[in-house]
Design a protein around this ligand. Structure first.
Ligand code: NAP
Length: 299
């Protein structure tokens, strides 16, 4: 069994980006600048956003964190989004989800300019991705493709099962793996809470990608000998023995499943760091694309 080390792979990507960003700076080119809007103080969201800001600093990108309390009005957020859409200093931005119930997430997503939508959640980017056109691809599925590619795990002709059909992970993942591309060309089955015989379907898979948020849902008996298993799940479970007060659980029962598979990604240290690395890649791309549009010369 080979451990798919997302932390190490993300570090490699960040080192590559560091060099590229330094090159932009040396050319007096605008530096990629990520803005993040954080609403409320949900522990997970605060941790993720802080990690994104820290990662920007590591690769030499700029970042701006905009925070609101959880009573913020939808209109205030929409006005801020409009401001960021029109701010030439901002390459791209994200609105950390989930948002409080009184805010319509769909409306917020639609308000973000597709050219600055580095999370890849805007329908225009989702549509373009589905058609194989240039797009910002949602950071988590893009990070998973990068993990597969950099671990030289072939997908062509493989039977792949994606568990979970969320619009930010499962659905785009299933589309990306089924496209006619070097990291696609798989035969993909997307399963969810209404799927019958889910265990049987999983058992046939060469590659399983679990994104449901149910700790240890994927057990050894659901997995074929030698399969590749990618665990996206991150569920916080209270644990007083930990300094943080919680332990992070994946969707896969790592202990038993790892004994049967050829490759497996752990939680933590698997997909999570790759999501951040992908966001940085998208921000770099947004910066270069917007400069191209403004005809800023690159030496
Ligand atoms: P989500 O919106 O919470 O949706 C969960 C999906 O799982 C739904 O499609 C649901 O089916 C399906 N599901 C739930 N219970 C199931 C069951 N018993 N059998 C089969 N399918 C079931 O999903 P998400 O936002 O993609 O998040 C999934 C997990 O990934 C969470 O733990 C989240 O924290 C984690 N995550 C991690 C990262 C990262 O960077 N590491 C990024 C994003 C998400 P229905 O559609 O039928 O309800």
């Amino acid at each position: 069994m080979t451990l798919i080390d997302g932390k190490q792979t993300a570090k490699e990507i960040k080192e590559e980006l560091k060099v590229k960003v330094a090159k932009l700076k040396a050319q007096d080119h605008p530096v990629p600048h990520l803005a993040a809007i954080l609403v409320g103080n949900d522990g997970g969201s605060v941790t993720y956003v802080n990690a994104k800001v820290k990662a920007c600093a590591y690769v030499g990108m700029e970042s701006t964190l905009i925070t609101y309390d959880d009573q913020v009005m939808e209109k205030t957020l929409l006005d801020k989004i409009e401001e960021l859409n029109n701010d030439d200093n901002i390459s791209g931005f994200i609105v950390q989800l989930p948002l409080p119930k009184h805010i319509d997430e769909r409306k917020i997503t639609l308000a973000i300019s597709p050219s600055k939508d580095v999370d890849g959640f805007h329908p225009e980017n989702v549509g373009r991705m589905s058609l194989g056109l240039p797009a910002f691809v949602s950071a988590t599925p893009n990070g998973i493709l990068e993990l597969l590619k950099r671990h030289e795990i072939p997908t062509e002709g493989k039977d792949c099962v994606v568990i979970g059909r969320s619009s930010i992970v499962g659905t785009p993942m299933s589309i990306l793996l089924s496209r006619n591309t070097p990291t696609g060309n798989a035969t993909v089955t997307l399963v969810h809470s209404r799927t019958k015989k889910l265990e049987e379907i999983c058992k046939r898979a060469d590659i399983i990608i679990a994104a449901i948020g149910k700790p240890h849902f994927v057990k050894a008996e659901m997995v074929k000998e030698g399969a590749v298993v990618i665990d996206v799940g991150t569920t916080r479970v209270e644990d007083n023995t930990k300094k943080s007060g919680f332990k992070l659980y994946g969707d896969v029962d790592f202990e038993t499943v790892s004994k049967k598979v050829s490759f497996i990604s752990p939680v933590p240290g698997g997909v999570g760091p790759m999501t951040i690395a992908s966001l940085l890649l998208n921000t770099y791309k947004a910066c270069v694309q917007s400069s191209d549009k403004l005809s800023i010369p690159q030496k």
